[in-house]
Structures are given as C-alpha cells and as structure tokens.
Design a protein. Structure first.
Length: 255
C-alpha cells in the first residue's frame, strides 16, 4: 500500500520556522517531522511514499537526494574529489516527490498525484502531525466497511473539523467548528481511488466538498483513535513535541 503525504502548504501559523523551510521539514529531535511520519508508517510495512510538494519543495528534494549525508558518517577526500559514506543505513523506502504547485489546495494536491497512486486503496495524511495510530488496525477497519473513505477521528480541544456520527458512519462534516470536545478530523485517512473523482480542481479543499460529498453519500467512516495525536500548527506545538522527544516520552515513536 502507498502513502500520500501533503507537504506543500505555506505553514503561516508557524512562520518563525517556515520562512526558511517547508513546514514538514521543521525538525523534532534533529529529524524533520516528515521523517517521523514516514517512520511511523514504515513500522507498519508501508514503505512507498508519494509526497505532494509546493512551497519550498526543493528543500525536501534535496533532503532525500542527500539522505545518506544526513544519516551517516562521511569522509570527503578533497584531494581526489571522493566521498566515502560510512555505516550506510538504507531505509526500505521508495519516495516519489511531486511538484503539485505552490498555491494548490489540499484536494488539488491529492488529485495531481492520481497517476502515481494507481487504482489501489491508499493511505493519505498531512505532513505536520504525529500520533500513535495503529495503521494496521486503521486499514483493517477501512476494509471491513467496504466504502470509499475512512478518516481517523480524535478528540483534542476543538479547533479542527468536527464529525457528526451515527455509529461509525459519518453523517456530516464541518471544518473547524466552535467549541471543544467533539470528535475531529485527525488526518490518517485510508481512501479508495474513487475519491479522485470528487475533487474538482486545484482550488478544491479536500476538507470541504470532497469530504462533505463522501459524508452525504454514506461513504465516509470514522476510525476512533483515543491515543496520542498532536498537530504542529504553532511554535508552541513544535516545542511541546520537541520536549516529549527529548524526555524520551514521544508516544508516536513506536519503531
């Protein structure tokens, strides 16, 4: 199974960092949060990644082009113009980096990678949040209801999209409602390729018309995650994740 990761947004709410790098490249414990997300999925055997680039996407390309340099000890022989990489560690990853446009919305980015996804069910997530989500259980739940889409529902203080539920079936979807305590969109989706047909253009927000259409047609289900989940929207969020990592209390580090 493949994982599509959104990594192209401007990240304006954490511009202390994103003025010089894309949000998914902000580091937690000396590694980009994008790396943490990929390590989580890789733990569950998902090692093929399609990353939707936009704002400063070349930085993400350079990171993977020089992955051995970031992860290994290296000797540079300047006289002979040679480089020796020591203790090579190769992740079992296949990473496809796709320029989906700097101003493209989330739905538009997803639709632009349709040809790379193919005709199989796939995972889809944001490049700025981590959690101890059991990806195998999520995928098995998606297969059990045999509908087009599953979203992981979480319960932090309400600042994100709320789900109106009937059992596990989502009746309606509302982005960023007022109030706290609702089950909200935590990302970590499993999707059928049929969802591509619900995305109209580059201007389409995945969290608006496509998810609303899925809910209205009874094709969107919620996988309830009661464990740790944390987006990195602000500098305070980043500092919280960093503190957990440094204290060796990072719940998402399951590898």
């Amino acid at each position: 199974m493949k994982l599509v990761i959104l990594a192209g947004g401007l990240g304006t709410r954490i511009n202390e960092e994103t003025s010089v790098k894309p949000k998914p490249m902000i580091e937690i414990g000396g590694r980009p949060i994008l790396w943490h997300i990929m390590k989580l999925y890789s733990h569950y055997g998902i090692n093929e990644f399609i990353i939707c680039l936009g704002y400063k996407g070349y930085i993400i390309k350079e990171y993977f082009a020089n992955y051995f340099l970031h992860m290994s000890d290296v000797t540079f022989d300047m006289e002979h113009n040679e480089m020796q990489v020591h203790q090579k560690y190769a992740e079992p990853w296949k990473v496809t980096l796709v320029d989906t446009g700097e101003l493209t919305m989330t739905g538009g980015r997803l639709k632009r990678v349709r040809d790379y996804v193919g005709d199989q069910t796939f995972c889809f997530t944001y490049g700025d949040g981590v959690g101890d989500v059991d990806i195998n259980a999520l995928i098995n739940f998606h297969r059990s209801h045999n509908n087009a889409a599953t979203v992981t529902a979480v319960q932090p203080p309400g600042r994100f999209g709320a789900l109106e539920l009937e059992g596990s079936r989502i009746k309606s979807f509302q982005e960023k409602p007022q109030g706290d305590g609702a089950w909200i969109n935590g990302g970590f989706f499993v999707l059928s390729p049929a969802v591509f047909d619900l995305i109209d253009s580059d201007e389409t927000l995945w969290e608006k018309e496509p998810m609303e259409r899925l809910a209205n047609s009874n094709q969107l289900h919620a996988y309830f995650h009661k464990g740790f989940w944390q987006p990195m929207d602000t500098l305070r969020d980043k500092q919280h994740l960093e503190q957990l990592w440094q204290q060796q209390k990072a719940p998402w580090k399951i590898w």
